[in-house]
Each structure stands twice: as structure tokens, then as C-alpha cells.
Design a binder for this molecule. Structure first.
Ligand code: GLY
Ligand code: MN
Ligand code: MN
Length: 482
């Protein structure tokens, strides 16, 4: 924010900053240090080198106004540090008395802190976050050539940022320029992200606890949306109830753009909350959830604006719910990532035949519907995705490193305890002559977040009802003021 906009204000930032003194990392410094040590051990096993993990840049929204700042997820995973303009350096070849875990961050600056709030500064960050050393970010071009000199390799997100690639090139050039004094520059560069993705894919206890809290807050928001919804409300009014609840309970932001779709809008998969009025007889599909302390949740519920499903809506709702239950039943350690999707598709395909949405003369069996992918006209997305710091979280969906001499696609990933994913089947029935009219313009998705366990999965978003009778009871109690 440009200081000229508010330069006559009596330093309001100073008071706010004093009240909001920076704290150390969520969960404690040792959590992040242990992750950094895992990275260092993996790099040593690969022959050493230096890993570079920058945080996200600040982005201008429009003149003098930035987008709300969100740190980079990889950087946060290894540091717990949320200030912009920061870089983590991990030196796997550091000697016994040399720093291996190094942070670059913004220097203390009393004037800027008056406007923007307190900064840790290198000394404060080193102490609070448990780094071996920390330097001002403004010194990066003098420090980095020294830190990467005589190291065999660099490990960073190759070709992910033109600006960062150019910075790295500048540091390597600066080392090469010292070649006559016997200094060598890194001779190889590797992508560090596959290593970090594998680490992030299986969540630790702190992550799971944070995700459970995020899920609880999001469930409360969906409950409030159901309780406050009345025919005649606009989509954005319902969105306001969600956003209010997220912040009221301490979540920092929505984890993704909220979808609040009334009536036929629910058949548009990425429809954002708009101006449409939810009318008596409409369903409302809400796909919205919060981010808490860097971790996402992701919930979809579909409910009737009036508090009572029509018979056609209820038929389809129960099919989607049964598909979700089949997917839940298929989610446990040891099965492959595709199993829940296959289970859901089978139930949806049967439902499409039972309702006559798919022509029973044309498709004699569920197997034929599946073989022909005839369901895909009404169910065009997959049943889940990894969930974590990013709503569509990192991690391979297929087994990496499987010897692939046949040229075939590698097999689907085997689920392990501690992986977290969504389970979100749906049906989207647009008006069409070959579809029974009673189902026209009905869009339904039901989405919950699951932690894979050895024997099944833990659904962490069931603070909001999913059963149609329970949704109706919740809404009707609220309408009666009960
Ligand atoms: N809300 C994004 C998704 O469900 O994938
Ligand atoms: Mn999702
Ligand atoms: Mn979603």
C-alpha cells in the first residue's frame, strides 16, 4: 500500500502492530525443523547440494492495492514463516560449524513496520523459527554466490518462475566469475518439488489437527447457510453467511472461490456466487470452505431453498448420496486412488438407468454405461483429489518410479494412512429433450473431506448434515425459530 494514500493518518499502524506482535511458527519451530532435516537427509542421499525454496511474490491487484498476501505452500511447509520476500536455503554440504538451514527475510524497518505491521527481521526469525542463520533479503545477491560456491548441485522448482530462474542464473554466473580462484559452481540442477510433494502427501499429526479444525469451521458455515436460507435470497447473501462464519471462527480466508449456485446454475461446475435469486423449488449447491493456518478444507452441500426437496430432487439426491457412501466405503489404506471413483460411478450409472435419464433400451446394463462412459454427460468430474495446504493439493496420483517398459500409464497410487482427499460425486442434469423433464436443471454435488486410515477413512466435515431428512429437519427447525 502506498504511504501517500493515508499519510495524514496518525500512524495507526503503530498501535495495531504493537497489539499484534509476531509469534513463532504455528505448531512450534521443531516441527518445521524436522521437515527441513528430512529434506537435508534426502539431498545428502542424492549426492548433496543446496535447496532453494522461495516464498510467493506479492501481487498488485490494481493501483496501490495488493491482493491479500498468501505465502507459498512449499515454503510454509518447511518454515512456518508467513512474511513475503523470503527464501529458504538448505545446504546439504554444510560442514559441522557451518549453517545448513538459512533464511533470507525482510530486514527490520521501523518506518515500514509503522505502515505494515511488525517484521521479525533476520535475528528475530532465526530465533523464533529455529534457523541456523538468517540474512536480510536485500543481501541476497552478495550472500548466495558464497552459499552455492563449491556445491555440487542446486535443487529448486525448475522453470516454475521466470524471475527466480533469472536470479539463480545470476548467482551461478557470479560463482563462475570466481573460477580462476578455484571456486566451482554447481554443475547440476534438480527439481526439488517431487521430494516435497511426497512429504506433503502424507500429513503429520499437526497437519491433521489443523485440517480437522478447518473442516469444523467450514461445516459450521454450511450449517449457517442452511439455517439462514429462505426463498427469495440472492446467492451473494448466502455467500456472506459463509464468509462471516469463516472469519468469525478465526479462519484467515476462503480456501478457494466460493460457489453458491441456485437452480440451474448448479449445473455450471465453476459457477461463482452471483446475483441470482434462490426461488421456492430451487436447489442451492454450495461448494465453499475456509483456509485455516495454511490448510484448506473443501465442502459441498446441496439443499432446497424452501427446506423441502421435491420428489425428483430427492431421488437424485439419494443417488448421489449413495454414490458418495460407496466411495467412502472404498477408501482405506491399501486400495488404489481410483477405487472410490469406480465405486461412485457404478452407483451413479445405476441411478441414471433407474431414473430413465439414460435410455434403458440403449444400455442394457451398468457395465455398458461404464464402458461407453455414457454417465460422463451427467457426471463429468472425478470423485476426489488430494487436499492439504492447497485445495487441490500436491502429490502424484499415479505410482512414480514404477518400471514402465510397456509404455502403459503407471498404476494408480495406493492409498496410505494419513493421506487426505475429498470424496465428491455429483449429477448435473441439464434440460434436454432426451431427458425426463422432471429432472431438468437439477445439479447436485456432495463433498466431504477424508483422512485415510488403515481400516477406512475419517470424514472430518460431517459437522454439517448430509442426509436429506437431516438437512430438511435442520432447515425447518431454523424456519420455525426452534
Ligand atoms: N472446490 C474445489 C473442488 O471441489 O475441487
Ligand atoms: Mn473438491
Ligand atoms: Mn469443492
Amino acid at each position: 500500500m502506498d504511504t501517500t494514500l493515508t499519510e495524514n493518518a496518525a500512524a495507526p499502524g503503530a498501535a495495531a502492530a504493537a497489539a499484534d506482535a509476531p509469534r513463532g511458527p504455528d505448531g512450534g519451530a521443531s516441527l518445521y525443523r524436522a521437515r527441513r532435516e528430512r529434506v537435508l537427509a534426502a539431498l545428502r542421499a542424492q549426492g548433496g547440494g543446496v535447496a532453494l525454496v522461495p516464498t510467493a511474490p506479492e501481487v498488485m491487484r490494481n493501483r496501490d492495492a495488493d491482493y491479500p498476501y498468501r505465502h507459498d505452500s512449499y515454503f510454509y511447509y518447511l518454515t512456518g514463516f508467513t512474511e513475503p520476500e523470503a527464501l529458504l536455503v538448505l545446504d546439504a554440504n554444510a560442514g559441522e560449524n557451518e549453517p545448513a538451514e538459512i533464511l533470507f527475510c525482510r530486514a527490520k524497518n521501523v518506518e515500514r513496520e509503522t505502515w505494515e505491521g511488525l517484521r521479525f527481521g533476520p535475528d528475530g526469525a532465526r530465533e523464533a523459527f529455529g534457523f541456523d542463520a538468517a540474512f536480510p533479503i536485500d543481501d541476497i545477491d552478495t550472500q548466495m554466490p558464497r552459499l552455492i560456491a563449491n556445491r555440487p548441485a542446486l535443487h529448486y522448482a525448475l522453470a516454475a518462475s521466470e524471475q527466480f530462474d533469472a536470479q539463480v542464473r545470476g548467482w551461478i554466473d557470479a560463482v563462475r566469475a570466481q573460477g580462476r580462484s578455484g571456486v566451482t559452481a554447481p554443475a547440476a540442477a534438480y527439481d526439488v518439488l517431487p521430494l516435497l510433494d511426497e512429504m506433503r502427501l502424507v500429513k503429520d499429526t499437526h497437519e491433521l489437527d489443523t485440517m480437522r479444525r478447518a473442516a469444523e469451521i467450514s461445516a459450521l458455515a454450511h450449517v449457517r447457510a442452511m439455517q439462514t436460507c429462505r426463498p427469495g435470497m440472492r446467492e451473494y447473501e448466502i455467500e456472506a453467511e459463509l464468509l462471516y462464519t469463516f472469519r468469525k471462527h478465526g479462519a484467515q480466508a476462503p480456501a478457494y472461490g466460493s460457489i453458491v449456485a441456485a437452480g440451474a446454475n448448479a449445473c455450471v461446475l465453476h459457477y461463482p456466487a452471483g446475483n441470482a435469486v434462490a426461488r421456492e423449488g430451487d436447489l442451492i449447491l454450495i461448494d465453499a470452505a475456509c483456509e485455516l493456518n495454511g490448510y484448506a478444507s473443501d465442502i459441498t452441500r446441496t439443499f432446497p431453498a424452501s427446506g423441502r426437496f421435491t420428489s425428483a430432487q430427492r431421488e437424485l439426491y439419494d443417488i448421489v448420496l449413495a454414490a458418495q457412501q460407496a466411495a467412502v466405503d472404498a477408501t482405506r489404506a491399501g486400495v488404489n486412488f481410483e477405487a472410490p471413483h469406480e465405486a461412485a460411478v457404478r452407483v451413479l450409472a445405476q441411478g441414471l438407468l433407474d431414473t430413465g435419464i439414460l435410455d434403458r433400451q440403449r444400455y442394457a446394463s451398468v457395465d455398458e454405461v461404464i464402458a461407453d462412459r455414457a454417465y460422463a454427460r451427467f457426471y463429468m468430474h472425478r470423485t476426489g483429489h488430494w487436499l492439504g495446504m492447497d485445495v487441490h493439493d500436491v502429490g502424484d496420483y499415479r505410482e512414480r518410479g514404477t518400471p514402465d517398459t510397456s509404455g502403459d500409464t503407471p498404476p494408480w497410487r495406493t492409498l496410505r494412512a494419513g493421506m487426505t482427499l475429498t470424496i465428491e460425486p455429483g449429477l448435473y442434469i441439464r434440460a434436454a429433450e432426451d431427458v425426463p423433464e422432471r429432472y431438468w436443471d437439477i445439479g447436485i454435488r456432495i463433498e466431504d473431506d477424508a483422512i485415510v486410515t488403515e481400516t477406512g477413512c475419517e470424514l472430518i466435515t460431517r459437522g454439517v448434515p448430509v442426509n436429506a431428512d437431516e438437512i430438511e429437519a435442520l432447515m425447518q427447525n431454523a424456519q420455525r425459530g426452534a
